[in-house]
Design a protein around this ligand. Structure first.
Ligand SMILES: [Mg+2]
Length: 287
């Protein structure tokens, strides 16, 4: 109720910010988020959850999450799973205020990793195909194949969803492999250095699921304003899912074009664009 009981208070508004990492919150070249620090601090001061949503593994994101002092759920391996601190949605508001470092609850959106591996290996044996996955390599070999430092390579090997692999067979065997995977509900994606075998999911499904969980944890009638920031085509579905999408400039190639009239184009790449976009949002919302 308003001051004199004559008018209703506006409904509570909960803002949620989802962000891609590489090339968006993190600089494409040096992986720094320094340029976005003022906006990051402002989000924390206002108890606005920041939800990291990346192709990285849970262990890789956990390291960054610690550096950021972030206590909120996060999305791993391109939407393959959401990791939520235990009790996060039942601890009361503001979200994360009473967070203790501890166990994570994992929600899978596709076939879990152990099953993916079983399928991939069975097809390899049956069809006599030649390829090597991260699970076939040790940490040193993954470090060599990816160019990552050894400790980072171990984190990249610790997977929950998909398997990256090096194709060592002829190009014409790829459709055979792909068809066999499809029969088991799996996809084959071509990345820069690796192929990726994953279930059927994207970053948007995880965002949808999380928004619903926040909604359930909020008082009835509370409003959610969702914001997402990204730089490349694998962010597009996530950006379509939210109220205010932000397309930062990519390090190379064309900027994403969004149909949403509330879309923000900060005109700068990575964390510089991230900071500019958040400044615009704070201004626009009179925050
Ligand atoms: Mg990116």
């Amino acid at each position: 109720m308003g001051k004199f009981g004559l008018e209703k208070d506006p409904p509570m508004q909960q803002i949620l910010v989802f962000t891609d990492l590489d090339g968006t919150l993190l600089d494409h070249h040096n992986y720094s988020f320094a340029a976005a620090l003022p906006a990051l601090k402002e989000l924390r001061r206002r108890d606005i959850p920041l939800i990291l949503n990346s192709s990285k593994t849970a262990e890789e994101i956990s390291t960054l999450r610690n550096e950021l002092g972030n206590v909120h759920p996060f999305v791993v391996e391109n939407g393959g799973a959401v990791c939520t601190p235990e009790g996060y949605f039942f601890a009361g508001l503001p979200f994360g205020a009473t967070a203790q470092p501890g166990a994570l609850e994992i929600k899978h959106f596709g076939t879990p990793y152990a099953e993916v591996l079983g399928i991939v290996r069975a097809i390899r044996d049956e069809q006599g195909l030649h390829f090597v996955g991260f699970a076939d390599m040790n940490g040193t070999e993954v470090a060599k194949a990816t160019g990552l430092p050894p400790e980072r390579a171990e984190q990249a090997r610790a997977r929950l969803c998909g398997e990256p692999l090096q194709w060592r067979d002829t190009e014409d065997k790829l459709p055979v492999f792909e068809a066999a995977l499809l029969k088991k509900g799996l996809r084959l994606l071509r990345g820069g250095r690796f192929f990726h075998v994953t279930g059927q999911f994207d970053k948007a499904g995880a965002v949808r699921w999380l928004i619903e969980r926040y909604r359930q944890a909020l008082p009835p009638g509370a409003d959610i304003l969702s914001i997402a920031l990204g730089d490349s085509p694998n962010d597009l579905q996530m950006l379509k899912e939210v109220d205010i999408p932000v397309a930062v400039d990519p390090a190379s190639g064309n900027r994403l074009e969004l149909a949403n009239p509330r879309a923000i184009y900060p005109g700068a790449a990575g964390p510089v664009g991230w900071q500019k976009a958040m400044e615009q949002i704070f201004l626009r919302m009179n925050l």
